[in-house]
Design a protein around this ligand. Structure first.
Ligand SMILES: Nc1nc2c(c(=O)[nH]1)N[C@H]1C(S)=C(S)[C@@H](COP(=O)(O)OP(=O)(O)OC[C@H]3O[C@@H](n4cnc5c(=O)[nH]c(N)nc54)[C@H](O)[C@@H]3O)O[C@H]1N2
Ligand SMILES: Nc1nc2c(c(=O)[nH]1)N[C@H]1C(S)=C(S)[C@@H](COP(=O)(O)OP(=O)(O)OC[C@H]3O[C@@H](n4cnc5c(=O)[nH]c(N)nc54)[C@H](O)[C@@H]3O)O[C@H]1N2
Ligand SMILES: [Mo]
Length: 748
């Protein structure tokens, strides 16, 4: 891709605080650019209000007492991207053949605006041309009918899809006869879900916002909330005012973890609130060693009664821990024994502990085991299922958790399929489907021929970009249900469709939709803005019309009724998914889903108890001269959507092709800040290169470096995945830095 918008990055020293007035100013600047002044104010005042729409940004919960401006800088940017007044219509596609779009950067593509009409790229053509909705559905139905088996199609979901759309979509896919429902979660919190289901019996967190406010000690591990969950800083601030201590565990000194200036409270400006009381600058992937060491130091403080009454496997775990090799612990964490002992003292003094985490824990080879070790650590002192304590995986997309609850999952439980089949009177497929990585392999090998994407940007969010792009190009048909232009429209199958839909901010005639936040609260979301174009359909309507085209008069599912009224879908959800009884009556006010560990200290696992697990500690082998690379988000992006080219808190302006490296690691390589390097990853099947990165000397942990996703996805091998969860290892890629000549094109 050309780096037409990627100027030479300018670098200043990183910030040690987040929020404050610059955050408000920056958000307003982007909102004005996309929407103009009046629309900005009108739109932003509806975010996260009882009669407004759920913020399409992150999944952080709203809390009971909403402020009149219940959004954050990056939520405002997410809204502005969707409510933009810029448009991508047929003229645009006439002027830009697919081959041209494929050379553009993610930033350029996203900045073009909202998609307005269904578009079709016929086989052999290099242009998208307008097509009617009817014709578009005929084409999809024709290609699905032509398959040898329904398993030759995959149906991806990104995490913005509402509960109603997700339920209708998975029902459509299972009526068709496959469980090929990969989703963004496969690349995100799948490791959390795997570890928590096995150990606690629920694949979600066990804390409410209130628990966080009441906690005495909060660990924030592998997470950058100042950028990715800014409203979480308000909760951390409140916990601190109640006397909580906060421990940040991160290879990077992220600004939002250190100090917060609450932009919504005048008293929160000034110097702001210091957040982390302790910053453990851990090496990448050192977390399993950290939690094992802490547990070992705390064994004498076990909550014996809880362990006996509620858990399984304690003795085996304890025995294994006693053999812990301290040399390995120090090597893996890069921390000192004193730091570990002091941290253990903090825990010893705390009556209740919450551990929060995000992608820093989930995207490594041993992620599932690491998260199981976090659970061990909490179980030891009875820190699950009581006020102010528990696990808090902080989810990403605003409804990614709800999508799973609605059955978007390639490995559905028998109980879910029984309920679904019973309700609609058909036999759903039982064989497990393909997840994201397996779907790429299947397209690469030619066994999947149709790709259907409900939102997201599959080509760009996935690893091993060259392999994945070739895989998508090999398919017969790709269908993207989207709001905005992205690279997945340009890197497409032999035939391709773009189906433009309403965003969450826009009015939908069929009524409100619902979402579930990171803490299991379900509530309504009402779009209020006039749709970006009269030709848009809702995601629900796309599914229902396609279903009617494919199944005709379906005796099992009233698709036409579903399309007219989202309430009719909720009536069915209420009968299929536990916890949704009286859904239509309760949705407007919102309600909490049942959570057995939190509500009753009950653990619906295979043993009927909370499980301690034994996890072998292995220190990642980084060969001499190599670095461990993590791929992260800048402050100006939402996953593959690039809002701007700055990363304010880390001091970067006007450029994304940068790599953050410790000054001593640079010196060892005779490199200096400002040098140009290629990043080369090494894997048994060969090397991969991301060319032309400017080096930034940065206070990250030794031996580790960081660069932005998605530019670095090309470096993550498809086969480098987490055990059990199959999540790409986007946070631990072994690379070397190769000096590049300044004149080499900064392509890639
Ligand atoms: N504005 C904005 N908001 C977002 C998103 C966005 O792109 N933009 N994305 C949304 C989505 S889908 C998600 S999943 C979340 C992502 O939220 P985050 O997980 O906060 O996102 P990342 O940028 O991947 O940051 C990972 C953090 O973990 C640290 N880390 C990396 N590896 C390790 C490790 O081995 N150990 C430890 N202890 N720390 C490590 C990194 O230094 C970094 O601080 O945010 C959601 N919210
Ligand atoms: N290297 C590396 N790779 C990663 C990660 C990483 O940390 N490092 N993180 C991973 C994670 S955590 C995630 S969640 C995935 C994200 O993967 P995805 O969810 O697939 O990617 P997004 O960038 O969030 O998708 C953006 C697109 O969604 C569409 N869209 C936005 N809103 C709507 C809507 O309301 N409806 C519809 N139909 N479409 C909409 C727009 O067209 C937009 O271009 O990426 C993963 N990939
Ligand atoms: Mo995510």
């Amino acid at each position: 891709m050309s780096g037409e918008d990627d100027e030479e990055a300018r670098v200043r020293s990183p910030k040690d605080w987040a929020g404050g007035l610059p955050a408000v100013g920056h958000a307003m600047q982007i909102a004005h650019r996309q929407m103009g002044a009046a629309r900005s104010v009108r739109t932003l005042l509806l975010v996260n209000q009882k009669n407004g729409f759920d913020c399409p940004g992150c999944a952080w919960p709203e809390g009971e007492h909403r402020s009149p401006a219940e959004f954050c800088e990056n939520g405002a940017k997410a809204v502005a991207e969707e409510a933009t007044t810029r448009r991508v219509g047929p003229e645009f596609f006439a002027a830009h053949p697919v081959g041209d779009l494929a050379t553009r950067s993610d930033y350029w593509l996203g900045q073009q605006g909202r998609l307005t009409e269904p578009m079709h790229k016929p086989p052999g053509s290099d242009h998208y041309v307008p097509i009617s909705w009817e014709r578009a559905f005929e084409i999809v139905a024709r290609e699905l009918r032509a398959l040898g088996s329904p398993d030759e199609a995959v149906f991806y979901t990104s995490g913005r899809t509402s509960n109603e759309a997700a339920f209708a979509y998975q029902l459509f896919v299972r009526r068709l006869g496959t469980n090929n429902l990969p989703d963004c979660s496969n690349m995100c919190h799948e490791s959390s879900g795997s570890a928590l289901t096995e150990t606690l019996g629920i694949g979600k967190g066990t804390v409410s916002l209130d628990d966080l406010h009441r906690a005495e000690l909060i660990f924030v591990v592998g997470q950058n909330p100042g950028t990715n969950h800014p409203r979480m800083l308000t909760a951390l601030e409140r916990a601190k005012r109640g006397g909580a201590r906060i421990i940040a565990v991160n290879p990077l000194p992220e600004a939002g973890l250190l100090r917060f200036k609450n932009p919504q409270r005048p008293s929160g400006l000034g110097r702001g609130t210091a957040l982390a009381d302790r910053f453990l600058q851990i090496r990448l992937n050192g977390d399993m060693a950290l939690f094992q060491a802490l547990s070992l130091l705390l064994l004498d403080t076990a909550d014996r009664r809880f362990v006996e009454e509620h858990t399984y496997g304690f003795e085996a775990w304890e025995k294994h821990l006693r053999d812990l090799d301290w040399e390995k612990v120090l090597a893996a964490t890069g921390l000192s024994r004193e730091e570990l002992e002091e941290t253990a003292r903090d825990v010893r003094a705390a009556g209740s502990v919450v551990v929060c985490w995000a992608m820093g824990l989930t995207q490594h080879r041993n992620s599932v085991a690491t998260i199981r070790e976090v659970v061990n650590f909490l179980l030891l002192r009875g820190n699950v299922g009581r006020p102010g304590a528990g696990v808090c995986p902080v989810r990403g997309h605003s409804n990614v958790q709800g999508d799973r609850t609605m059955g978007i999952y390639e490995k559905p439980s028998a109980a879910f399929l029984d309920a679904l089949g019973g309700e609609f009177g058909f036999e759903p497929p039982r064989r497990h489907g393909l997840d994201t990585v397996d779907a790429i392999r299947a397209m690469r090998d030619g066994s999947v021929k149709v790709f259907f994407g409900m939102g997201g940007n599959f080509v760009r969010a996935t690893p091993d970009s060259d392999v994945t792009e070739a895989a998508l190009r090999r398919t017969r048909l790709t269908v993207q249900v989207s709001t905005k232009l992205n690279r997945s429209h340009a890197v497409c199958g032999e035939e391709a469709l773009i189906l433009p839909v309403l965003g969450r901010t826009e009015r939908d005639e069929a009524g409100y939709v619902t979402v579930e936040d990171s803490m299991g609260l379900v509530h309504a979301s009402r779009g209020r803005l006039k749709p970006a174009s009269p030709h848009l359909l809702s995601e629900v309507a796309v599914v229902c019309r396609l279903a009617r085209e494919l199944f005709g008069d379906d005796p099992h599912v009233p698709w036409a009724e579903f399309e007219r009224d989202h309430g009719a879908i909720r009536d069915r959800i209420a009968r299929v998914v536990p916890g949704f009884e009286d859904f239509n009556a309760r949705a407007p006010g919102g309600f909490a889903l049942p959570n057995a560990p939190r509500d009753e200290r009950r653990f619906p696992t295979a043993t009927g108890r909370a499980n301690f697990t034994v996890n072998e500690l292995e220190v990642l082998d980084v060969p001499p001269g190599r670095l461990l690379l993590q791929t992260v988000r800048s402050h100006d992006q939402y996953n593959t959507t690039i809002y701007g080219l700055d990363d304010r808190y880390r001091g970067v302006k006007a450029g994304r092709r940068v790599v953050f490296v410790h000054p001593d690691d640079l010196a060892e390589r005779e490199l200096a800040d400002g040098d140009l390097v290629d990043l080369v990853s090494e894997w048994p099947d060969g090397e991969r290169t991301a060319p032309g990165f400017r080096v930034i000397a940065y206070p990250t942990a030794r031996g580790c470096c960081a660069a932005y996703f998605p530019e670095t996805n090309v470096l993550v091998p498809l086969d480098s995945v987490a055990e059990t969860s199959n999540t790409p290892t986007s946070k631990s890629v072994v690379i070397r830095l190769v000096r590049a000549s300044p004149r080499s094109p900064a392509g890639g």
